[in-house]
Ligand binder design. Structure first.
Ligand code: ADP
Ligand code: ASP
Ligand code: MG
Length: 411
């Protein structure tokens, strides 16, 4: 039997009624003759609640216990989904990550899937089971401890199963009916895309579009998984939603295909750093050792052997960055005058493979922002994206302005 992977996100399994609705969708595919692997998220809000419990109990928590606690939301939905399917006379069984087993690295809270043996579930399919319901987001480390894959990780579980079981398709059911030119909750002009190239989706995801976890897109690209995003709230045809596919499969596309954003960024500036060989290595090595995810970096013009260095990082890592820099200053490793944190910034990015062959995208972007009086604080570019940091209060305006400027509402 061909295998199909269907993933249901948190809002799609938020209540028993929604689990029933999702189970009916699964029933439709079973009736077509598929053996189905269903990946479920925790009911919406559950993972946040569990993370809150952890932080309240132990601010500097042991990451192994964080994973033990935070992974549990998915266990509930997996069992409920299997029961719901059984009530519909569909032979179904649930699996937690360790039972499959979903073998991961031991990087707790950000583990990577290394291997998913298929024999366990395959032999059940052989015995007549029609649906394997697997708890998303979790796995087991070489040490035998429960791990999680990072927020939004059930997408990655789904794609990894599709690759491991050579599935015909991996359908990601969520609360929007596909991938849009930008988050439809921020711009009402956002347009649903029928297709999007892996590379563009990868950039959009890593720049903040949380509709798919970045790692899931990476895996789909590497293992050539046919990946589709669609709504769990509407009746669906085989053509519904957005297909994430190879660039060659897309006939027409705009120069810019989407606008992504990430709301909670901080701009950090080290004032008057000694400008000597190795200084960048020691600053960013220190930050990396402290677990700070540095994104953009600018070194300013130096004068009399001193320079200013600016970088950005997630706003919830500011305290960690400040402590790491202070410790390095106290220890005499890095000499600087002052560290200024601007915690009110957001990052807005435009993405498109058309940028490889078109010039003027940056100029158009900067002009559009300036026409709205939005000041740009930091700029970075790569082959298919341009990102800027702006004041957080202008985030929505900036997204809408760029959506208009690049005429993304038009196909
Ligand atoms: P799930 O719980 O199903 O995993 P998520 O909340 O993780 O769902 O992802 C879906 C959300 O992603 C949408 O509700 C939407 O607000 C947001 N989103 C951000 N950017 C985009 C985009 N370009 N297209 C579609 N949705 C987007
Ligand atoms: N429940 C997890 C989260 O909220 C994983 C997921 O939903 O993909 O991040
Ligand atoms: Mg998600």
């Amino acid at each position: 039997m061909p295998v199909l992977v269907m993933k249901f996100g948190g809002t799609s399994v938020a209540t028993l009624d929604r689990i029933k609705r999702a189970a009916k969708r699964v029933g439709v595919e079973v009736a077509k003759g598929y053996d189905v692997i269903v990946i479920v998220s925790a009911m919406s809000g559950e993972t946040n609640k569990l993370v809150g419990f952890v932080n309240e109990t132990s601010p500097l928590y042991d990451a192994r216990e964080y994973d033990a606690i935070v992974s549990s939301g998915e266990n509930v939905t997996a069992g409920l989904m299997a029961l719901t399917l059984q009530e519909m006379d569909i032979p179904a069984r649930s699996w937690q990550g360790w039972q499959v087993p979903v073998k991961t690295t031991s990087a707790h809270s950000a583990a990577r899937i290394e291997e998913i043996p298929s024999d366990n579930i395959m032999s059940k399919f052989g015995e007549g089971m029609k649906v394997a319901v697997v708890a998303g987001f979790q796995g087991v480390s070489p040490e035998g401890r429960i791990t999680t894959l990072g927020r939004g990780g059930s997408d990655t579980t789904a794609v990894a199963f599709a690759a491991a079981f050579d599935a015909e398709r991996c359908d990601i059911y969520t609360d929007v009916d596909g991938v849009y030119t930008t988050d439809p909750r921020v711009s009402e002009k956002a347009r649903k895309l029928d297709k999007i190239a892996f590379e563009e989706m990868l950039e959009l995801a890593s720049l903040g579009a949380k509709v798919l976890q970045t790692r899931s897109v990476e895996l789909a690209m590497r293992y050539k998984v046919k990946l589709r995003v669609l709504s769990s709230f509407e009746e669906q045809s085989d053509e519904a939603g957005t297909l994430v596919c190879d660039e060659e499969e897309i006939m027409e596309s705009n120069v810019v295909s989407g606008v992504a954003f990430s709301r909670d960024e901080a701009k950090m500036t080290l004032i008057s750093v000694a400008d000597r060989p190795g200084i960048a290595a020691s600053i960013f090595g220190t930050l990396s050792d402290a677990g700070v995810n540095v994104d953009m970096i600018i070194q300013n013009i130096s004068e009399e052997g001193r320079t200013d260095m600016t970088f950005s990082c997630p706003v919830d890592q500011v305290a960690r960055a400040e402590k790491a820099m202070q410790d390095a200053k106290d220890g005499g490793e890095i000499n600087y005058h002052e560290l200024i944190a601007d915690e009110n910034t957001a990052k807005v990015s435009v993405v498109g493979i058309g940028m490889r062959s078109h010039t003027g995208v940056a100029a158009k972007m900067f002009e559009a922002l300036s026409n709205e009086g939005i000041n740009i604080k930091v700029i970075t570019t790569s082959e298919i994206k341009i990102s800027v940091l702006v004041d957080r209060k202008y985030l929505e305006l900036a997204v809408q302005t760029l959506h208009d400027a690049f005429e993304l509402e038009k196909a």
